[in-house]
Design a binder for this molecule. Structure first.
Ligand code: UD1
Length: 375
């Protein structure tokens, strides 16, 4: 049996690591890993392969940055060549990035079965590129591996036959459970020192801090949303707590474009660090009084670690992580008044870890077994 798995961007890497490991239990499976190359910087890609012992990709399609059509189109053209040369039994795609969508379409057009890990998530926000990717991939896939029961219900409501929907849990939590001890041993001050953005002064030792990430186009690409949010971080949050901001290349570019970069970099309580590796980010999360983020993955990690979280989005495809469902996160969109109220409520909140059903560290094993049994 031959399986081709596809990764393209940072959030895919922590999901594919346990899947690669789980497949080793099946020597009859030939497993090839394809990297589309959407993320290519060492800090966005290679460091995760090294830290999580992911096998080197057998093929890198070298797609790089570009518009959505450019990325999806180039990926389909290059991935089709791989599928034609290898003729796998299964193409396995993960998450909701452009690689997920491009390679599921390509697989099905080549009459190859497709399995989607992290199926059934729905934000119902069609302005989100990831929602488009999820809908296309789930519509085409032959096996849909859902992380929670809400996602299973979403798929059933869309008419996906029950035998294709497999409730297996959240594969990212496999990685969290495997790596958390290693992360816990790291020192936050050392993480900050060794990842500081050039030109940023090293802060004094951080006994407590707020963590921040932001990268979604809806938050960072427009002046109207980015400027008030950054003013809130600098004028209100940084006035009370050091803020460690792990800055995504997209956000860095837009801060410079809107003339905010110098002020952000010079603020004594704003600690700007480069994109962090897996263990460093997990350690930062474990020690944060509060996490402000627009990342779905971090929202899930906050839920399991119990870190109070402000999700800077109006909707979420991961409702299971919200406080009303027992999780750690509050949706605040990009309205400063909402951020402020939730910040006040959450900064004083105790850590309260929550573990949704089957987020138990064994999701990849369940997925590998089902695919192998399916044949
Ligand atoms: C992509 C995913 C998003 C995911 C995010 C995590 C899609 C549609 N979006 O968004 O779901 O949450 O990854 O990071 O697939 N850049 C670099 N170095 C890199 C990669 C990108 O500098 O290695 C810069 C480029 O200027 C690029 C920009 O970041 O134009 C955005 O990268 P892109 O791959 O288009 O999307 P992300 O915003 O990272």
């Amino acid at each position: 049996m031959k399986i081709v798995s596809v990764v393209g961007a940072r959030p895919n890497f922590m999901k594919v690591a346990p899947f690669c490991r789980a497949l080793k239990a099946y020597p009859e499976v030939e497993h090839l890993l394809v990297h589309t190359g959407q993320h290519y910087d060492v800090r966005m890609s290679e460091q995760f392969f090294n830290e999580l012992a992911i096998p080197q990709p057998d093929v890198n399609l070298g797609i790089g940055s570009g518009s959505h059509a450019e990325q999806v189109g180039r990926t389909m053209i290059e991935f089709e060549k791989v599928v034609r040369a290898e003729r796998p039994d299964w193409v396995v795609v993960l998450g909701d990035v452009n690689a997920t969508c491009a390679c599921s379409i390509t697989a099905k057009k080549e009459h190859v079965k497709c399995a989607h890990i992290e199926a059934g998530l729905r934000s119902r926000d069609m302005d989100m590129p990831e929602e488009v990717n999820r809908l296309v991939t789930d519509r085409l896939s032959d096996l849909l591996f859902a992380p929670d029961r809400i996602s299973c219900a979403n798929l059933a409501a869309e008419g996906v036959p029950a035998e294709k929907i497999k409730f297996v849990g959240n594969i990212m939590i496999d990685t969290l459970e495997r790596e958390r001890e290693k992360a816990a041993a790291l020192d936050v001050d050392e993480i900050v020192r060794s990842n500081l953005v050039e030109g940023v002064a090293p802060p004094p030792s951080l006994s407590s801090y707020v963590a921040l990430t932001m990268h979604r186009p809806s938050n960072v690409d427009s002046r109207e949303t980015l400027v008030p949010a950054v003013r809130f971080f600098l004028d209100e949050v940084c006035a009370e707590h050091p803020v460690v901001w792990a800055i995504h290349p997209r956000a860095q570019k837009m801060l410079a474009e809107f003339g905010l970069w110098d002020e952000v970099a010079a603020h004594p309580n704003m600690v700007l660090v480069k994109p962090l590796g897996y263990h460093a980010m997990l350690r930062l999360n474990m020690g944060a009084s509060l996490f402000m983020t627009d990342s779905g993955g971090l929202q899930e990690e906050c839920c399991v670690l119990g870190t109070p979280c402000l999700t800077m989005r109006w909707n979420t495809e991961r409702p299971i992580t919200l406080m009303e469902n027992g999780g750690a996160s509050i949706l605040v969109g990009n309205a400063v008044e909402k951020m402020r109220d939730a910040y006040r409520a959450q900064i004083a909140a105790p850590r309260r870890a929550m573990r949704p059903e089957l987020w138990d560290g064994h999701t990849a094993e369940r997925i590998a077994r089902i695919i192998v049994e399916e044949g």
